[in-house]
Design a protein around this ligand. Structure first.
Ligand SMILES: N[C@@H](CCC(=O)N[C@@H](CS)C(=O)NCC(=O)O)C(=O)O
Length: 254
């Protein structure tokens, strides 16, 4: 969507060129931060990081809703094709960055079958992320009705079982290293889209022990992706947490 800035849009945003990512160090923010760091490492891609104070509800102000009507992070502005466009929804941002800023397809695929498989797992997780988010709320809330807690607890384990079955090769006979790509697969935005949420499995009441005993292929996948330097940079609070990097905060122009 082409952007027409609001009168309260911060000057630093209005006057910037290139990519600008509005984020905060949450699971949805992290997945885009990780791809930004991967692109930086691979191509030297630069991106202005704009941290949004979610507690102060900066994301609900009119200047921000011009960029994202839902008032949510992550949100991207990209003016590299001409007029600035805004991109919303973490998975759509991953696809946008991969299609337009990953010229060698290091984080995507060129064959139709592999590209289709990558989309399938991106969509699978975009839907599952919502169950994860609501599940975390109900599982952590002492006032949650037990039926809601049980339903989310079961549903989350069903989602983990799908991933475990896919990665272990239980039915296909081919164990996989990554979610998409032929053979054992290759690291791509399909993995980046799901990793931050899955890494936080303990917040859903799934212990390391349960991961190792019931979801061992998934646990190994989490560890492998965690070891990537760009992944560690992409979740670094010193850069992406607004309480630690106050200099990167953006707020409405007064
Ligand atoms: N479906 C959206 C979800 C984005 C989302 O829920 N963002 C949260 C942080 S992880 C947020 O902005 N919360 C603040 C709010 O809702 O006001 C996506 O994938 O980008």
């Amino acid at each position: 969507m082409e952007v027409t800035y609001h009168k309260d849009t911060p000057d630093i945003v209005r006057n910037a060129q290139g990519l600008q990512l509005f984020t905060e160090n949450t699971n949805n923010g992290k997945k885009v931060q990780i791809l930004i760091e991967e692109l930086k490492e691979a191509y030297g891609t630069e991106c202005h990081i704009r941290l949004v104070d979610l507690e102060a509800e900066e994301q609900k102000k009119d200047w921000f809703r011009v960029l994202n009507p839902g008032g949510k992070i992550p949100t991207l502005i990209d003016d590299t094709f001409g007029a600035p466009v805004s991109v919303i929804e973490s998975t759509a941002i991953l696809v946008h960055l991969q299609e337009h800023h990953d010229k060698d397809n290091l984080f995507g695929f060129t064959t139709p079958a592999e590209r289709s498989q990558m989309s399938q797992w991106l969509f699978f997780w975009h839907n599952a992320a919502s169950v994860h988010g609501h599940g975390r709320f109900f599982i952590a809330s002492p006032d949650a009705p037990p039926a809601a807690r049980d339903r989310f607890s079961d549903h989350i384990r069903r989602i983990y079982t799908v991933l475990e079955t896919h990665l272990s090769g239980k039915h296909s006979g081919t164990p996989r290293e990554y979610l998409a790509g032929k053979g054992a697969g290759r690291y791509s935005i399909a993995d980046i889209g799901a990793w931050a949420h899955l890494k936080a499995h303990k917040s859903l009441g799934i212990s390391d022990e349960e991961m190792k005993s019931k979801f061992s292929s998934l646990a190994a996948w989490i560890d492998k992706i965690s070891a990537r330097p760009a992944v560690q940079k992409g979740i670094d609070g010193n850069k992406y947490d607004s309480s630690l990097n106050v200099g990167a905060l953006v707020a409405a122009e007064k």
